[in-house]
Each structure stands twice: as structure tokens, then as C-alpha cells.
Design a protein around this ligand. Sequence first.
Ligand code: UD1
Length: 342
Amino acid sequence: MSKKVLITGGAGYIGAHTVDALVRSGYTPIIVDDFRNSNPSVIQGLSKLIGFEPVFFKIDICDKKALKEVFTKHEINAVIHFAAFKAVGESVLEPLKYYQNNLIGLLNILECMEVFGVNEFVFSSSCTVYGEPDSIKEVNEKTPKQLPSSPYGYTKWMAEQIIADYAKAHSSFKVICLRYFNPIGAHPGGLIGELPIGKPNNLLPFITQTAIGKHSKLLVFGNDYPTIDGTCIRDYIHVMDLADAHIKAVEAFGNNSIGSCEYINVGTGKGTSVLQMIQAFEEVSGTKLPWEFAPRRPGDVIEIYANVDLAKSMLNWEVQFSYKDAIKDAWNWELSNQKKNR
Ligand code: UD1
């Protein structure tokens, strides 16, 4: 019988791509999402992509009773926990919303896993736990964590601590915290992709929406950073590669060399500046992007990218796509959405 994997936030951006990857690898996904930060149309796109309607529960993971019912109805073998808010700026304005959703949700999941004896857990963590790296911008998992600059960052930081404490107290439990760098792109088939609600905060969705005419111009936050061209540097990873890392993590639970609580960077190992992203977008799309410099965005890290040696050795995972492939797929997704909405 195929392994049942519960995916919280399975209608979200990374969640939906992971559902597709799970199905392609022979797993049975059980999706939980309340559409607070996602769109029901994603489930339709997913169904087309995977060829059947996945098991789906429209529930809020902060509703413990409803979550327990899912565990009662399905014998879950592993959990991948995505459901969380992720807008840095919003978290500063509405901290309680972030602590409530991101932490209560996690506590409920862990409690259900304890009650129902589910011991395999993949957690969506973030490179935000590294803060601003000192002199070495390529961070590995031994790079000391720093206190975050936003409530969003704190929720990821605290979640890693809660999970580590839980793992210490439960000898059969295994967890892999995947520390994502900057996920971008969309499914190459154009059926699923990122659907930001309202004005996007992240760079690439803002670029594609500007190019299509939804915004008059892109503001590039800061031009005087100590980097190659004065703009911030990030490690942009294709969402398909990121989804694949989750499959490799679920597979790794069967491997004795995996410890009870692992932290693994998921990035490409390369840094790209904001101006390089704009240039690549113009090249790939053949479209001129209106943009101008604006003041620095408070809380932005200057430069960070991943050392991915551990992902290679522990998960046998490597990226298949470049950031230009991801830009191409994100643009294709934006165009296909435009057609649908006509
Ligand atoms: C942030 C978080 C990251 C989180 C991610 C989720 C921090 C330090 N980073 O990533 O942990 O996982 O959000 O959404 O907490 N930019 C512009 N103009 C724009 C938008 C962005 O110039 O309109 C620039 C930013 O200044 C930054 C780069 O593009 O230099 C990437 O920004 P963004 O896509 O928002 O991601 P992060 O801030 O890296």
C-alpha cells in the first residue's frame, strides 16, 4: 500500500508543487488547507495535473478537533507541514496573527502526531534563521543561528526549537527541517504556480505582475549595499527542485544514517542580485521591465546563499533547474493566468 502523507497547506505555492511530486513518486497525499492564503482553483489545477481529485480537507490547523478527525479518518504515515503565514512586513504589523497561526498550528500537528503515533515529520523552515551572515555569505547548517528581525522569522526560529525539544522527548520520532532559501518559478506545465493574494511582497511575482501591466513599475529596494552591483543577493531556487527535496526527505526516513532531528539547507548554492534577476527576466521573456531604485527595505538581509553539501550527501538531492529556468516558468504561469482571466 502506498504511504499516506499529510500535507498541511497543500493548496499553497510550495505545498501544491510538493503534492504533485509526491504523486509522481507513488505516495498518497492527504491535503489540509483552509484557503486563507491560497486559492481553491489550485486544487482544480492539481487535479488536472495528477489525473485525479486528491483527498482534501478544508480545515484550519488551529482547529485541533477538526485536525484530529483527519488523523482518525486516515492512517497517516508522514506529515509535511507547510501551512503558515510568510509575509515579513505583515508579521511586524500583526505579530499575534503570526504567532497564533504559525505556532499553535505546529503544536496541534505535533500533538496529533503524538496521539496517533505518527513519527515522520518534514518541516518548512527558512534561511531567515541565519539572520544576516557575518563575513561568509555562504551559510551551512553549522553556521550559528541568529535572532530574527521579524515576528515571522521568530515563528520559524521558535518552531525549530519546539520541534527539537519534541524530538528529544520522543525516541521514535524523526524530523527533517528544510531551510528554504528563495523559492521561485512554477510548474513547467503551467497548471499550478504562485498565486499571491493582493500585492505580492516577493520579488519575482512582483516582476511578472509588473511586466503584465498589473503594477506601473518595480521598486528595487536599495542600490548602495556592499555587493557586486549594490543590490541584495539571494539564492533563488526553482519550486520544482524544492518540491523534490521534500520527497527525498520523506524517503530518507527509511535510512538509518538520518538522526532524530536534522536541519538541511535547500538552495542552489549560488547568489543572484536583484539587478541580475531583472536582467534575466528581460532576457528570458523578451519584455522590457519598468523599474527604478527606491530606499532600502527595512529588515532586508544584504547577502545570503546556501551551502548545499548536506542536502547532497544526506538526501542525495541536487538542483535540476537554474534560476533562469524558474523565471521562464514563472513568466509562462503569469501569461497562462492572464489568458484564463480574460
Ligand atoms: C523573505 C524572508 C524569507 C522568507 C520569504 C518568504 C527574511 C530576511 N527573508 O525573503 O525568510 O522565506 O520572505 O516570503 O526574513 N525586492 C525588491 N523589490 C520588491 C520585492 C523585493 O527590490 O518589490 C528585493 C528585496 O529587497 C530582496 C529581494 O528582492 O533583496 C528578495 O526579496 P523577497 O522576494 O521579498 O524575499 P526575501 O526578503 O529574501
